[in-house]
Every structure is written in C-alpha cells, then in structure tokens.
Write a protein that binds this ligand. Sequence first.
Ligand code: IPE
Ligand code: IPE
Ligand code: MG
Length: 261
Amino acid sequence: MPTFFSSTSDIPQVEAVPRHIAIIMDGNGRWAKQRMLPRAAGHKRGVEIVREVVKACAARGVGFLTLFAFSSENWRRPAEEVSMLKQLFILALEREAERLHRNGIRLRVVGDIAPFGQKIVELVARAEKLTQENKGMTLTIAANYGGRWDLLQAMQRLVESNPQQRGAFTEEQLASCLAMAYAPEPDLFIRTGGEQRISNFLLWQLAYSEFYFTDTLWPDFDAAALDRAIVSYQQRERRFGRTSEQVEQTSKKPPAKEELA
Ligand code: IPE
Ligand code: IPE
Ligand code: MG
C-alpha cells in the first residue's frame, strides 16, 4: 500500500488539480421540494449527477474522488426514505459497476455497511473485487460512514494489533488504520446545498483540506460547477502552518544543474 504524506507530519506537494476531492452531496430533498416532487426524485437525480461528476473528475486527472452518500446519522430519517436510499444504492451498484470497470475506475466503499443487509454487502464486495486492479481514478462511496465511527474503529484496530505497545502511538499508525488509509488526505472539500458544516465526514483527514461551500443543490451540480470549485482551490495559498514568505520560497523552482556551483 502506498504511503502518503501526512499534512501534519510533512508538507504535501501542492498540484494545480486536486489529487483528492471529497464531496458532501447535499440538497437533494430541497431540490425536489422546489419542484413539488417527492424527496425520492431528488435522490434519483442525485445519482445521475454522481455519474457526471465522476466522469468530469476522471477527465481532469483527479486521482481520488470521495462522495458522502449516507452518514451514520442518516438512519434518523423516516424509515421510508432510508429504505428508498438503500434501493437506489442497490440499483447504482448493479448498473454502474461494469461501467466504472470499463473506464478503469477503482471503486471502494467505506463505512459500516453490514446494517444495510446482505444484498448490499455482496454487491459491494463484487464491485470492489471487479475493479480492484484498475489504475484510473479511485472512487470512494462513504455509506453509513461517520468520522467518529472511523476514528473509533481505527483506534480499536490499532490497539488490538499492537497489544504490547502501551500509549506512544504515532499519527502514522492511527492514519494507517482509518477506513481510507489507501488515499491521500483530501486537497479539496466541497459541500453543496448551502450548509457550512462537516456533518461528521472525514474528521481526521480534513485537517488541512481547502473548503468550498456552494449554495448549488447537488442535483443542480455539474462539470461547470466542479470547475468553479477547482478554480477557487487554485487561488488558495496552502500554508500548512508556514508563513506566506516561506511558501513563496519553497514554490520557487530549484536551480537547474548548470546553474549550481
Ligand atoms: C443529501 O441530500 C443526500 C443524503 C443525505 C442522502 P438531502 O436528502 O440531505 O437533501 P436536503 O438537505 O434535505 O435538501
Ligand atoms: C450529510 O448531509 C450527509 C450526506 C450528504 C450523506 P445531511 O443532509 O445528512 O447533513 P445535515 O443533517 O444537514 O448536517
Ligand atoms: Mg441534507
């Protein structure tokens, strides 16, 4: 497994195109309400937007795209809506796995998916296996995921696999037990739908991510909206604790060989 820079232990390389984009896809319900449609219509349209955004991210060379599909708190919704979301997840897994595979995309699902039932567990395992060798973008769907759940399961795994090591655990050890240890930390975090909160998404990994909030509801999001987020990202100065002057110094190109000596 590749080891990635930790934004707190090292200073990551900043690229023009975010290597990892994490999105909270919010606003499906309000989109439907505006049109006097049932919430389900918003969720259905939301799945179509996922397809468009996956395609756009892959075309722009984004290495990792992570989408928050269902939070550990979304069980609090009416049973009917939860069951509808499960059905949509099943349909998407059945219909999209092959397409992702054809496009060289690797699919991963993070979160405690057992409570969704055997069918989803099996479809996820099958889709992950089908796409595991793909070398294109890694698409992660966070389902029944919560940042606190992730930190807790990581700590449990850490302690269980190192029973002799009392205390003195390192950041790297904990990070390697998180559900998304296979991905670098998100460079860009996007939340659609107007709310400005994390809602228990990737609590550890968002430490130094750039945040982008838009009022656009998820079903209205598209490739152009994605590009606006990326342009905003490109205008940020990522300091990782340093001063602006230090950032300018290090971003200057190192002298070519013949200029040395
Ligand atoms: C996001 O849209 C999708 C999920 C949380 C599954 P919402 O369903 O939260 O839409 P709003 O926030 O009610 O508009
Ligand atoms: C966050 O959206 C979770 C997902 C998009 C899956 P919510 O709509 O559930 O967030 P809150 O409840 O408004 O914070
Ligand atoms: Mg919402």
